[in-house]
Design a protein around this ligand. Sequence first.
Ligand code: HEM
Length: 364
Amino acid sequence: MTTLTMTTAQVPSRAPSWRQRCWRLCLMLVLLVASLGVTQLAVAQADPNREMTTAAPGITAEQWRQVRSGETGPNYRDSRHESNYNLINASGETWRILRNRWVSPFGLIAVLGMASVITLFYLVIGRKHLDEPRTGRKLFRWSLFMRSLHWTVATLFITLALTGLNLLYGKFVFRTLFGDAVWAWMISASKVLHNYLGPMFGILLIVLLVKLLKDNIPKKHDLQWFKQGGGLVGKGHPDAGFANGGEKAWYWLLATAGLIVVASGFVLDFPNYGQGRDTMQWANIIHAVGALGLTAVALGHIYIGTVGTEGSLEGMTTGYVDETWAKEHHNLWYEEVKDQAISEEELAARKAGGSSEPSTAKPS
Ligand code: HEM
């Protein structure tokens, strides 16, 4: 039994050799330096001032002051284009804070808040039904052209809203849910859709606004419409022409905030017209604030146009509304067009004849 007969000197020693000791020491030093580096990085990320000193340790406090104040010096010039921006763009930090600390959280509060208010309203108050029974007689309200325009603008808006929300918040949800590969595909698809559909939406929105302008000029009775909360407060229905106070408010919001969102979107979509970084940053903030606000209000419009009000949606799908709906929601318009009401049989005959629209259609 050789093992039993081994002398102490023959047993392999467990103590590391001087060479092994050297290697271990080197390894420990490498690990120590690496871990210090990682810690340094983490601390620097948590503290922006620290980040600055570690990122560019050669720069003095005076130089940082110059950079942050926006003073331009030959060493800080942006080499791209003919821009004279500082290479280290101090206003970028202001943009980052505005976007991440204000626009993103408050935008989410606005959109989710509106969705919750609408849900609560539906659960507590419920759908606004017609007070009187339907007469079955129909009034022509929306031409095929206007319906197609409305639904195209609506589809584009919803697609832009969803892709825009994904650009702002998607990474917090989908990246965690589906992982990097799916997320990378989602975000690049969102960006392409958003960038290409934006201009289409802008052009069609302008056509829609022009077509609807004459029916949306504010009138004295619109004030009363708002005082009565569109019929929710007090008894009876407030006066309304072809468009009621609420619709006019939606129209003018689209004609102001909507067009600002479109214009700022164009600035962002075509950065090749000499606009500098500051312009792009402001365009981004204005675009996001306007678009998030519009998305929140659009939820209200969609609710009122679908489950919120009995009889509204059929106008925008078939072109015709029931006389009772017209009388209750747009009484002044009803007075103008009531002698043009047709029965369901007449409408069916009109459709069988190849067109469901009257030859003297009132709406644009
Ligand atoms: C699923 C989404 C939507 C639904 C169900 C919907 C529904 C409706 C309905 C039923 C009407 C007709 C109301 C009436 O006859 O008085 C209407 C009108 C209108 N909608 Fe929408 N809509 C949607 C999205 C949008 C979007 C996204 C926009 C704009 C970006 C929009 C802009 C308009 C405008 C400007 C009017 C005319 C109001 C006026 O006369 O001033 N809609 N919508």
